[in-house]
Design a protein around this ligand. Structure first.
Ligand code: MG
Length: 171
């Protein structure tokens, strides 16, 4: 069954949103590199790859369903962050926005009675639970650390151990 026009539009918007996420995390990675926190920088690079992979999943799905992916401009991401906590709070806030976008797509898939699209979105809905959980945990740890240098370096070392296969589990 071909994707409806409304769903195709929504999937195309999501390709853009995922690429914008990837761009935001890459910008955060640059910030952490500059702060000499290589673990955080690495973690953000992994986020960048993961978001790019999400965009590709939507891209491929549009074509699998007989549609056409169209690409839009990606907005310039912020490049100034006040602190690691500021960057991680923005990460959490951003992930909550993405969750809302995916939930809206799911609502649309229900309205269009597109069962296949609903099933496709299940995995992404589950992943958002994980994304928010992990970001929230890092925010909480940074609050516990509260500017303590040794605590920050321990967290940096832990985030640096994240691998693509293990994905979020390492954080
Ligand atoms: Mg994503």
């Amino acid at each position: 069954m071909k994707l409806s026009v409304r769903l195709q539009e929504s999937f195309n918007e999501q390709i853009n949103a995922e690429l914008a996420s990837a761009y935001l995390y890459l910008s955060m990675s640059a910030y952490f590199e500059d702060e000499n926190l290589p673990g955080f920088a690495h973690w953000m690079k992994m986020q960048n790859e993961e978001e790019t992979a999400h965009a590709m999943r939507f891209f491929d799905y549009v074509h699998d369903r007989g549609g056409r992916a169209t690409l839009q401009a990606i907005a310039e991401p912020p490049s100034d962050f006040r602190s690691p906590l500021d960057a991680m709070e923005r990460t959490l806030e951003h992930e909550r926005k993405v969750t809302a976008l995916i939930n809206r797509m799911y609502q649309l898939a229900i309205e269009e009675t597109d069962y296949a699209a609903q099933v496709m979105l299940h995995e992404l809905i589950n992943e958002q639970v994980e994304e928010e959980k992990v970001a929230e945990e890092i925010v909480d740890h940074l609050r516990i650390i509260d500017g303590d240098g040794s605590g920050l370096l321990i967290l940096d070392a832990r985030l640096g151990a994240r691998t693509a296969e293990e994905g979020q589990e390492q954080a």
